[in-house]
Design a protein around this ligand. Structure first.
Ligand SMILES: Nc1ncnc2c1ncn2[C@@H]1O[C@H](COP(=O)(O)OP(=O)(O)O)[C@@H](O)[C@H]1O
Ligand SMILES: [Mg+2]
Length: 258
C-alpha cells in the first residue's frame, strides 16, 4: 500500500446563502507529503469541514486546485476514506457492525471472501474483533467511532481524512482513540489529514500542524512537531517542548482572531 500525496493551491470556497455570502476559505495553500500525519487546527466555524469535504471531493470549491497524487480532485479521490465527527449518523443502525464495514467494500466490487477477511482484519486492528455481529446502537460512542475507523481501514486507504473524529467522546476514550490512530498511522504508512479544534490533540498526534485563521480560513502558520516519535499520553503531554508548542499555537490562534 503506497501513501498518497496531497496538494492544495489557492483554494477558495464561498457559500451563497441567498441573503449573504460566506467566505469560508480563501487562498489556502499547503501540501501533505506521502505518509505524513498532518493535523489541521483552527477555531470552530473557521472552515475546517469545508476544507475536508473539498479534499474528499464532496464539495466543489469556488476556485483553486486540489490534487491527490498529481490528479485533480473530481469526486472522491481513489484510495481515500473519510471519518466524520458524527459517528451516530455515519453507521447504519439496522446493519450489524460487520455489514456496515462490508458495505463500502461491496460497493467497490470486492468479492465476498475477501470482504470477510478484510472486515475481520479491520475489526482486529481497532480492537473490536468480538463485535462483528453487534448492532452499532449496542456499542458505546467510542466503540462506534472505532467501527467507523475500521470501515475506513477495511477499504485500505492511501489517504485518510478525519474531521474532528473524537470531538463527541469522553476524555479517556478520546485518549485511547488518539493512540489508536497514531499506532495505525505508524503501522500502515497511510497519509492522514486529521482535523481538530483541539490544540493539544493536534500537537499530540501531528508530525506537522497547520494553524488556520478564522473567516476566511487561510494558513496562519505551519509548525513542525519535533517531539519524540514515541508518543505517550502522560509523558508527551508533560514534555516541556509539548507545552511550548501548544502555547505557540494558542498565540497564533489568538492573534488571528484580532
Ligand atoms: N452549506 C453552507 N451554507 C452556508 N454557509 C456554510 C455552509 N457550510 C458551512 N458554512 C459556513 O462556513 C463557515 C465554515 O464552516 P465549517 O467549514 O463547517 O467550519 P468548521 O468545520 O471549522 O467549524 C462557517 O461560517 C459556516 O457557518
Ligand atoms: Mg467542522
Amino acid at each position: 500500500m503506497t501513501a498518497a500525496r496531497l496538494s492544495v493551491h489557492d483554494l477558495a470556497k464561498t457559500y451563497d446563502t441567498g441573503t449573504r455570502q460566506v467566505h469560508a476559505i480563501d487562498k489556502l495553500n499547503f501540501t501533505v507529503e506521502a505518509g505524513e500525519l498532518l493535523c489541521v487546527v483552527g477555531p470552530s466555524g473557521c472552515g475546517k469541514t469545508t476544507l475536508l469535504r473539498s479534499i474528499a471531493g464532496l464539495l466543489r470549491p469556488t476556485s483553486g486546485r486540489l490534487e491527490v497524487d498529481g490528479q485533480p480532485v473530481d469526486g472522491t479521490p481513489p484510495g481515500t476514506a473519510v471519518v466524520f465527527q458524527e459517528y451516530g449518523r455515519s453507521l447504519f443502525p439496522w446493519m450489524r457492525v460487520a455489514d456496515n464495514i462490508a458495505l463500502v467494500l461491496r460497493d467497490n466490487g470486492i468479492r465476498s471472501a475477501e470482504r470477510r477477511e478484510r472486515v475481520r482484519e479491520a475489526l482486529d486492528q481497532v480492537g473490536l474483533a468480538d463485535t462483528a455481529r453487534a448492532y452499532p446502537w449496542q456499542l458505546s460512542g467510542g466503540m462506534q467511532q472505532r467501527v467507523a475507523i475500521a470501515r475506513a481501514l477495511a477499504y485500505r486507504p492511501r489517504l485518510l481524512l478525519m474531521d474532528e473524529p473524537f470531538a463527541a467522546v469522553d476524555a479517556q476514550t478520546r485518549a485511547d482513540l488518539e493512540d489508536l490512530v497514531y499506532r495505525l498511522w505508524r503501522d500502515l504508512g497511510v497519509t492522514i489529514v486529521f482535523i481538530t479544534h483541539d490544540i493539544d490533540e493536534a500537537v499530540y498526534l501531528g508530525q506537522r500542524v497547520l494553524v488556520l485563521s478564522a473567516e476566511p480560513a487561510r494558513v496562519r502558520e505551519e509548525i513542525a512537531i519535533d517531539l519524540p516519535a514515541e508518543r505517550d499520553q502522560l509523558a508527551t503531554r508533560a514534555d516541556p517542548r509539548f507545552i511550548e508548542l501548544r502555547t505557540q499555537i494558542q498565540q497564533h490562534i489568538r492573534d488571528s482572531g484580532r
